[in-house]
Structures are given as C-alpha cells and as structure tokens.
Design a binder for this molecule. Structure first.
Ligand code: ZN
Length: 342
C-alpha cells in the first residue's frame, strides 16, 4: 500500500533507538534519539550548499558516523536505522530529494541510499514537516487526536497532516504543502512563481521582503534606524514593529491574516481536532495564536472552528528529530519502503 504507514496503535512507543538527521538550508543537525525521546550526542554544522551536493552529502555522512561513535562511547543502544528529514519535495519511498528550493543544485539526489552506504545502517527520508507532525501526534501537543495539522512558520510556511489517525503523504509526497495554498489570487509571487500563496505573505522571507520595500520607499523610520547596522530580516521587521513602527506592524498584521486565512480554510476542508504551531516565527510571536484564532472564528464554519484546538509545539526545534523515531521504526518493517534500491 504505497504511501501508508503500518497500522499500529497510536500509544505504542517506538521501541528502538535511531540516528536522526535534520538537513536544513543553513544547518545540518544529527543526534541519537532514544525510545524515551531523549535526544543526545548532538552534532550541528553549517550546510554550505554553495560548495556543491557532494560536499554536503560528505558532511551529513561524517556527522552521522560521529553521532554513532559518540553513542557507542556513551554506552547508548546502537541505532537500528537512520531517519533524515529535509525540505521537500522529495520521494520518501525511494529516499530521493527531487528538487528543493532551499538547497542549490539538489535535483534527484538519492540521499537515503548514499547515507545508508556510508554509515552501514538502513536510512529513510521524509519531509521535515511530515516528521514534525509525527512527533507531535505520537508524543507531543496532539497526542491522542485523530485529525492533526502541524503548521510551521519560519523562513517558509509548511505543514504536515494526520487524518483519521493516519499520516497523509499523498501519491507524490506533497500532501501537507499548506504554505502553497492561495490566499490572495492577485497577491505577491511565491518562490515557486505563483501569486498569492500563504507563504508569499506570511513567511519570514515575505516579511523581510516587505520590510525592504518599506525601507526603499522611506516609509518605515523605525526599521530604517535598526537597519543601519543590521540586515533586514523578519526578526528586524518584528523588532521595529514592537518598537512602534506602524508600517512594520501592518506587514506583520497582513502576514498573520494570511496564515489565519490559510488555517481557516484547512479547518473547513479537513475538520482537524488540533492545529500545532511551530517554526522559528511560530514559536516566538506571542500574538500569533490569538491572531490565527480570530481568523478561524471569522472565516471558518462555526462547528469545526469551535472544535479545533490551537497548540504550541511541545518539542520546538527537536520536533523533526523526534518525529523520525516512529518513522524509522515503522518503515523498517513496511514493504512500501523495502530497500530494493540499495
Ligand atoms: Zn508557493
């Protein structure tokens, strides 16, 4: 059954330690994850994708081997397999990164097979947000729920879905790409070239873009003062807004409305019990949950709007690493992920 996880009770804790790797546009993180959710023997290094695919793969493999050796020295259980979370789109069944805008030159890269060969353990690849929803659903803020949406707001906007007690991957692995829902049909262009996606208005990248446009037009004096000795990113726009820059505040308000409208559409379409908020912006803007809640109440049907709980991520930056624990344990016995490519 392509695209489905093993049937397995929700409360059954994964039983074997894994080696977890999170590949991001700026950082590679690797760690040992135990069945009790302890994350140890951490390694973190910069991705430097401008040095080419092979250099990044070498760094990933070296980090994985180092974590395995550290774990052995520390007397921890040897990992049974490796989980790799990465930005999409990717093919989780073959373990291939198809083409990710966050990593220059990564087109059709069989990352799982390469890591497997270098480290000598079976490796499985999954989109970072799909790993995150698994972590929150199995062990965290959405434990016990059957219908869960994980929403990450950081440089981009992404998500993962669990519906009817089952992760939704999709036939092409793109299920849960909620940041590319259209919330403004004539809106600003997204990184994929399409107008008005939620990510094009509500992401850190979009907030920074609007901040730079304000500066250029001379419309954000507070931001201009801060930008004298710092690069304009979403955090700087937020700092200017917090310090009273009204134009920057309007940029943030629009961003939160876009995210809230996206969530309201998801509430109507999917009727989730829980929406879990994560990501560097999602975790750090205290006004965000109430802004999203207001848009859900305004735009969604009353019954699903009243039902849905809005929760903060329980595992924050470790959510993808922890979510790889059940993914690796389940895929090792799932024929859909059999290692015929190895
Ligand atoms: Zn898009």
């Amino acid at each position: 059954m392509l695209g489905r996880y093993n049937e397995r009770p929700v409360d059954e804790v994964a039983d074997q330690s894994i080696l977890a790797i999170d590949l991001g546009g700026t950082q590679i993180r690797a760690a040992h994850v135990s069945p009790d959710l302890t994350v140890s023997c951490r390694r973190a290094l910069e991705t430097h994708d401008e040095e080419g695919v092979e250099a990044v793969i070498d760094r990933i493999c070296a980090a994985a081997r180092a974590v395995r050796e550290d774990a052995q020295r520390a007397g921890l259980a040897d990992p049974v397999g490796i989980g790799i979370s990465s930005p999409g789109p990717l093919d989780p069944w073959r373990g291939v990164i198809l083409a990710t805008p966050n990593l220059a030159g990564w087109v059709n890269i069989p990352l799982a097979a390469r890591v497997e060969e270098a480290v000598g353990l079976p490796a499985y690849l999954e989109r970072d947000t799909n790993a995150a929803v698994m972590g929150e659903w199995r062990y965290g803020a959405a434990k016990g729920a059957d219908d869960v949406i994980y929403v990450t707001i950081s440089t981009g906007v992404g998500g993962g879905l669990v519906l009817d007690g089952r992760p939704l991957i999709g036939k092409d692995g793109t299920a849960g790409e909620i940041g590319h829902m259209t919330v403004d049909i004539d809106g600003p262009l997204c990184g994929d070239g399409q107008p008005g996606h939620a990510e094009a208005i509500g992401s850190g990248r979009a907030i920074a873009r609007e901040g730079r446009a304000l500066l250029k037009r001379g419309e954000a004096p507070g931001l201009a003062a801060l930008a004298a000795d710092a690069e304009v990113d979403a955090e700087l726009v937020a700092r200017a807004a917090d310090a009273g820059d009204a134009a920057c505040q309007r940029v943030l308000d629009s961003a939160w409305v876009a995210i809230g409208a996206m969530c309201a559409s998801l509430v109507n379409a999917l009727n989730p019990e829980v929406i879990v908020l994560g990501g560097s912006i999602g975790c750090n803007r205290p006004e965000l949950p109430s802004a999203i809640r207001a848009e859900i109440d305004r735009r969604a049907f009353p019954a699903p709007a009243q039902r849905v709980r809005l929760e903060m991520t329980q595992f924050a930056g470790d959510v993808s690493l922890i979510g790889l624990l059940p993914i690796v344990n389940e895929r090792m016995t799932d024929p859909s992920y059999a290692k015929e490519h190895a």
